[in-house]
Design a binder for this molecule. Sequence first.
Ligand SMILES: NC(=O)C1=CN([C@@H]2O[C@H](COP(=O)(O)OP(=O)(O)OC[C@H]3O[C@@H](n4cnc5c(N)ncnc54)[C@H](O)[C@@H]3O)[C@@H](O)[C@H]2O)C=CC1
Ligand SMILES: N[C@@H](CC=O)C(=O)O
Ligand code: NA
Length: 429
Amino acid sequence: MNPLKVALLGCGTVGSAVLRLVEEQAADLTARVGRPVQVAGVAVRRPDRHPEVPAHLLTTDALGLVTRDDVDLVVEVIGGLEPARSLILAAIESGRSVVSANKALLAEDGVALHAAAAKAGVDLYYEAAVAGAIPLLRPLRESLAGDQIRRVVGIVNGTTNYILSRMAETGAGFSEALAEATELGYAEADPTADVDGFDAAAKGAILASLAFHSAVTAADVHREGISSVTATDVARAAEIGCTVKLLAICERVAGEDGDSVAVRVHPAMIPTAHPLAAVGGAFNAVFVEAEAAGQLMFYGQGAGGEPTASAVLGDLVAVARNRVAGAAGAGPSAYADLPARPIAETPTRYHVSLDVADVPGVLATVATEFARHEVSIATVRQDGHGDAATLVIVTHSAPDAALSATIAALREVPAVRGVTSVLRVEGLS
Ligand SMILES: NC(=O)C1=CN([C@@H]2O[C@H](COP(=O)(O)OP(=O)(O)OC[C@H]3O[C@@H](n4cnc5c(N)ncnc54)[C@H](O)[C@@H]3O)[C@@H](O)[C@H]2O)C=CC1
Ligand SMILES: N[C@@H](CC=O)C(=O)O
Ligand code: NA
């Protein structure tokens, strides 16, 4: 039996685990695919940094490897936009199916890449790109293809979840926790992609595209990272029985002019009894709410070399089987073509802490600002007296524009000495 030959692009945290697993599981892969699967070459930037890879496999000529005559399938685990995009396009256009873990690229250029794959009659699979090892994209694309998905909400970034978990559990500092996450192989090459929410926003765009059959890009996603989450925020959350998590929330919203898609990534307080609150470390968890299926929850390791390699290998087996069968699987559809809804119109709830002068009338002044912007207050608590007085306010749901205008107005109120914490709240009844 002629082996199916794989070009492996990149040999970092994920690529090195893919290479090892393909070798270790060669016999099982042959049985599962129906033909042996062999790595034909490994493209890297610095061959001298990969003593573990047989020298005859290493090359710095990634494009040459992708288009080599004996290569059937391409695995892209370089990351970033270029040269990954050009390499994937070269692979597709020359008839090779592609497996990628690259959420940044898929969230930016998924439509064009899928169009190229459909035109060439090849597969483009990327289960590893969202929530690492967790089977999530294939369930959305295939298992739930007959249902109507309303909402997808989850923790999809392992690095930030690791940092927030460490801050809450051990009081670890932000930088210390980030260094640990990087050391464990969870963080992106540039960890600001994790910390500032770009990675989660890319994943949110991919999830929303598949869930709502629409072309959603990272630019459509409202994004806030965790760099402004303070120890005070974490402590305030604990005071009201909550914990802080970076959430990706994708919703199909009904409107007078038809449905739209709202996708947002931001830190939020969630009750400690909420199932997502128990998701610690680099684990990810995603809820999917569908009309007929009801609530589904997907949970597992969202980052790290081996877990991510598991998803890459699952896709590799799928595209290899299709190749053996002489077919390509169906790609995702964007027929619904729902527009993106701006964050300003999206209803959400805020938790606000204000340092105030403890003088008669301050509560009324603050309440007036909320009322003026048509934001209803759910609870108010005052801590301390005199110069150290703090008002802690939780609002009811209101359009985000009204909430942020309220905060801007409060910053101008003389009796408000400082707005010390503003976080959204999710999952409170
Ligand atoms: N590390 C993780 O937990 C996860 C990573 N991913 C994705 O997997 C991909 C790879 O991530 P990691 O392995 O963590 O990154 P990494 O930075 O550890 O590895 C990337 C590798 O690509 C190589 N590379 C860079 N430019 C190249 C070029 N022009 N030609 C050939 N090789 C080149 C680098 O030298 C490096 O070895 C990214 O798209 C990332 O977003 C997805 C899920 C989880
Ligand atoms: N940097 C990412 C890796 C997986 O996608 C994360 O921390 O989740
Ligand atoms: Na996945």
